[in-house]
Design a protein around this ligand. Sequence first.
Ligand SMILES: [Zn+2]
Length: 471
Amino acid sequence: MPSILLTNGRIYRSAWDETPADSVVVGDGKVIWIGAADAAPDADETIDLQGATVIPGLTDAHIHLFAIAHARLQVPVTPRDASTVDAALTLLAKRSSEIPPGKWVFGAGLDENGLAEHRLPTRAEIDAVIPAHPVLIRRFCGHVAVVNSMALKLFGIDDGVADPSGGAFGRDAEGALDGSATESAAELIFRSAPPMDHADLVAALQAVIADSTAMGLVAAVEAAVGFTIGFDGEAAIWNALRAAGTVPMRLGFMNQLDPVEASSRGLTPAPDADWQSISLKYFADGIVGARTAAVSEGYADTASRGFFMRDEAELQRVIGEAHAAGWQVAVHCCGDRAIDCVIEAYETAQAAHPRDDMRHRIEHYFVPPQGGLARMKALKALVVTQPSFLTRMRRSISGAFGARADRCYPARSVIDADVTYVASSDAPTGSWSPSATPSAAPPTAGRRSGRARPSACARLSTVTRWAAPSP
Ligand SMILES: [Zn+2]
């Protein structure tokens, strides 16, 4: 690989660098020199940065690259594509008009926060415009599904269906299914849908990774292998990428598996030569947007306190087993009841099998429990958070908590409590681009919208080894 001198820039060695250099030489996959232009060694190629800023490559500690790729193979119905329920349905109906009756119409990126009506479309509304094709829409968070009547029929689900544990089917005032499903009920639907084409998924994932590097990411942690189409299906796609040897990022994986399921697949906590890190991931509760996060004080706008995705004692037992087997554990916890339960599991596990290196994580830490941060500090556990949620979900957060919203999604208080604070995107739920600002639209997903704009950053990110410490 030829060496490249980047000069006439502001080149930061870290976030704390107060005296940026003006030149850097990269070669052979590494930064090999940094300093003032007049002392720069010879390089094969020179790029004049014209005063531009260069920062170390970034690590996204919690992202769903697979889900972004999966969404690219569907009709995009994000608020950027459609700002009303009707407009979203028009996009889906257009797709249905292009394919034979009976073929599936998949939509992705739906977010009622960005629709004028502030609600999801109903089964009846979809039926009215798409009566002869099964329709499955995935809310941008992946925790909620919306389907029409033909899809329900193909799944064998009717009004008499009971809610599975850790999930619910939405119903109208008469008790009939309204087409929505949350958490484990949504998962049931996603798992029952026909799979996408393997080669299409591999290509979409390669494109998503290329776009991520163009945004300055050099490393990322895939935040739940198994969350989108199930573990084995997703692992097969990642292994295809590994075999192709064309992954220009360092990747870590949080596998959504119990320890016994991991070991039956030959997975161990030992470092993997190809990947950056491997951990196990669980979902303690749901999300604030769907009012399924397990909170101790009821929601301001919904008569509910959310729920656990699996039995609390069972969750704590599995966390203990994973800890004892040497795994790093990451648990999705939004509500304070869920966070409290998981901190307790970490404490119990650590007391039974003390480990210096556990670095267990809590993803989101949305509604902080009283005294939780002091316990997190004692455990040296990590809070993995998503700053862009605050702007993306502000309407939903204030609806859910009213004046209590001020306590949600702590950042400064996490840092002040001396707990490791790890920022991440959780894209596609949060803003994918690290440089996205609240007023700027993040890069659009979906085939028809094209790729994120490549930049000089793309070239650098493939050679720089300055990623932040792995999460
Ligand atoms: Zn996530």
